[in-house]
Design a protein around this ligand. Sequence first.
Ligand SMILES: Cc1cc2nc3c(=O)[nH]c(=O)nc-3n(C[C@H](O)[C@H](O)[C@H](O)COP(=O)(O)OP(=O)(O)OC[C@H]3O[C@@H](n4cnc5c(N)ncnc54)[C@H](O)[C@@H]3O)c2cc1C
Length: 595
Amino acid sequence: MPAREPVAGDRRNRRAVREAPGVDSSERSGAMRIRRCETDLLIVGSGFAGLWAAIAAREAGVTRIAMVDKAAIAMSSQSRLCAGATIYCLPEDSLELWLRDIVEANGFLSRQPLVAEILETSHERLRRLESWGVSYERAGDGYLRLPSRGFRHVKMMVMPRFRESVGGAAVADALRRRARPGTQTFPRVLVTDLLQRDGRIAGALGLDRTTAEPIEFAARAVLLATADCSFRGSYVCTDATTGDGFRLAYDQGARLSNMEFLCTNTGSPHFGFEGTGVALRWGGRLLNARGEAFMARYHPDADSAEIHELVQAMAREVEKGNGPPFQLEMGDSFTTRIAPALARIGGFMPLNLSRLADEGVDLRRPQEWIPAVQTLRGGVRVHADGQSDVPGLFAAGMTEALDPGLFNGWSTLRAMGSGERSGRGAARWLADAGPCAPHSDEVAELAARATAPLGRKKSGGLRADEVVERMQRSIFRTDVSIRKRGESLEAALRDIEDLRDGALPDLIADDVHGLAKLHETRNMIRAAEMFLRASLARGESRGAHFRVDHPESDEASRLVWINLRRADDGAMQIEREPVPLSSYPIQPLVTPVPA
Ligand SMILES: Cc1cc2nc3c(=O)[nH]c(=O)nc-3n(C[C@H](O)[C@H](O)[C@H](O)COP(=O)(O)OP(=O)(O)OC[C@H]3O[C@@H](n4cnc5c(N)ncnc54)[C@H](O)[C@@H]3O)c2cc1C
């Protein structure tokens, strides 16, 4: 084992893992020490999806559950940091109208039965959260329900509270308390590889982020709830969202869908701000470099249009020479309407606003505003029980491909609903699945490979952060991520392949922290490749995927999902899977002609 530098928190975390029941430390493969944990269900990720999965699996009879997170358990996820605005479909709401809203807003690429089930079960989840002590903001006799941008009927509830916590933190705290009994937790463990045996999942390999010691998780089922990929863009609170689950599932041969949908929001280049949609709804306006409010030229809803329409319009203004810079002008509306609206929604924004004020940022004055990549909205293609194509491998939350859009309140509902469904699905699978243990040779080999960059000598190659910067320069271009062009996507793909084949194999890690960053970089490069290949494959425009060279939605041919899979020769294979619209409840008003 190469020399390691001690880091803060080292002792406490090492003790936490050693003391966890079921963890056995064993010497394997000469000097390499590999700790071992045997469990039935391994859940990777402790956001809303992972926590609900743990609760559902335990209720369905799974007694041995282990949960790992590369950060603290339930403390650093998007779920915890988010505002917690959530869509719940109550008995008085029309499920059909809500389903139509969601399916239409997602360009008919929703997996409708899964979406319908999440909506149908949402009221029961709300009821359970309330019975555990979570409350949502109320107005008069009922809940305060706000319209969710991008939908006509769907409404969301805001400001969850649980004891002293508010926003996503409140729901995460309540779920953590519920999930904890009977769940063995492994904080600060980064899962680097999954393990298979005889064609089914057999566990995972993790790295203790404070010591770099490998941990073998022998598990009969693995559930990935690791969220999506932000490519370390400038969107707030998403630095650790590095597409880990995408690469882990892909390497095992699982199919991924919707990887062409990179959702771009907007924000300040100088400070974190979450809530452009709210700002533009309550009196804010986007201005181009000439000081003109330009949105009405592009969309009948002007500044209230869906976020990806704003981003498209900004890019088109750039093409006309009308920007950058762009500005968000809030004026006095900031004080009278916008700040109170953000305070009402909750999350980290009210605290952020007071910090910005302390720093002397006056949000009543126009602020420079830019498009900001938020998240790659694809994920692992799952079946009705949350299981991927690989037996024993489940996915939930933003790791799962349900639909490609980004809508406020829908992401949290999706994460909770799919977590519950996949946790239950994993329990059903486990009831019939026999024992299965990873090959110890494979574990030792993967552990040696995962830690090798720590011992590597400097070779003059790139560092992980330099690779990330080059990746961002390739894919964050307007003609690659916003108004995509075939030749630009091809050029970006060549850059990413160069990084994948040229830079990744020689990366070195100076310390344990660097080792984790290196693995995350590897994951992001794989996600970037998926994004580019899927973007090239979809020769039409749909939702947040806009091809300048194919500007129309291709209604003339059958609607398809673009699926990616690792072929036997290691190449990334593309498959077009027809969307079975004729058997779905919601159909476009103009039905696509069969191919
Ligand atoms: C600032 C902000 C505000 C938001 N506000 C809202 C809102 O109000 N309403 C809404 O609907 N949506 C909102 N969202 C989006 C929403 O919060 C997320 O989409 C949702 O919570 C994701 O849940 P999840 O469980 O899939 O993933 P997460 O909550 O992100 O959890 C993933 C977990 O997996 C862990 N992990 C990842 N990789 C590994 C690995 N290799 N090994 C071990 N662990 C790993 C991570 O550390 C993390 O804890 C917001 C997002 C942000 C960033």
